[in-house]
Design a protein around this ligand. Structure first.
Ligand SMILES: [Zn+2]
Length: 194
C-alpha cells in the first residue's frame, strides 16, 4: 500500500466499495417475525464472506479492549473497528450468554465470538453493505412516528432514540433487559426466543 498515492488509494477503495455494496445473492436476507413486526436482516456470515471475497487481506477488525459483560442483562458487548484499506468504521455487537445454577457463565468464548461477528455486521452496515437488499424492507419503518404520549423515558443504547411502547413490548417478549429500539435489536436475539 505504501507505494500508492492518496489518489490511487482512493480509487482502489472506490472500486472495492462498489463491490462490497452490491446486492447479496438471492436468499441471503432472512426474516424474523414477531408481533406483526417483520424484521429483515443479513446474517453476519454473509458479510464476512463478502469482506473476504472482495477485500482479501485488506480488511481487519480490531476489538476495542476487552468484551464488556452485562451481568444482569446476560449480555456480552464487543466493540471494535472495521478497517478496509484506510477507511475505518466502528461497530458494536451483542450476544446473550447463559449461566449455570452457580451463576457461572457458560460458553463465554462463544458469546464473545458471536458478539464480535455482530459488531462486524454493525460496522459493515456503516459502509453501506446490504443496504440495497434491506432497503425495500426497511422503507416503511421510518415513517412510523411515535406519539409523544407513548414515550417511556428510556432510550435505545445504540441510536439513543426514545423507546416506544412497541419497542418495550418487543424487548419483554424477547426477554431482553437491555434497551434497544426494535430497529437495533440484534437480529440473532430472535433465535434465542423459545
Ligand atoms: Zn435504536
Amino acid at each position: 500500500m505504501k507505494n500508492l498515492s492518496p489518489d490511487e488509494i482512493y480509487e482502489l477503495f472506490e472500486k472495492i466499495h462498489s463491490k462490497l455494496v452490491e446486492e447479496f445473492p438471492e436468499g441471503t436476507v432472512r426474516f424474523t417475525n414477531s408481533n406483526k413486526l417483520t424484521t429483515a436482516y443479513i446474517p453476519h456470515e454473509a458479510y464476512i464472506e463478502r469482506l473476504n471475497d472482495v477485500c482479501g487481506p485488506f480488511w481487519s477488525f480490531v476489538r476495542n479492549g476487552e468484551a464488556k459483560i452485562h451481568r444482569n442483562e446476560k449480555l456480552v458487548e464487543v466493540s471494535g473497528v472495521l478497517r478496509i484499506l484506510d477507511a475505518e468504521r466502528d461497530g458494536t455487537g451483542f450476544h446473550k450468554f447463559n449461566v449455570n445454577e452457580k451463576g457461572d457463565i457458560i460458553n463465554l468464548n462463544y458469546a464473545i465470538r458471536s458478539a464480535k461477528s455482530d459488531a462486524i455486521r454493525d460496522a459493515c452496515d456503516l459502509f453501506g453493505m446490504g443496504w440495497k437488499d434491506l432497503h425495500k424492507f426497511r422503507k416503511g419503518e421510518k415513517v412510523t412516528s411515535v406519539p409523544e404520549s407513548s414515550m417511556s423515558g428510556r432510550e435505545c443504547i445504540k441510536c439513543r432514540n426514545p423507546l416506544s411502547n412497541e419497542d418495550i413490548q418487543e424487548l419483554k417478549k424477547l426477554n431482553v433487559d437491555i434497551d434497544f429500539c426494535r430497529k437495533d435489536i440484534p437480529p440473532h436475539f430472535y433465535n434465542h426466543k423459545r
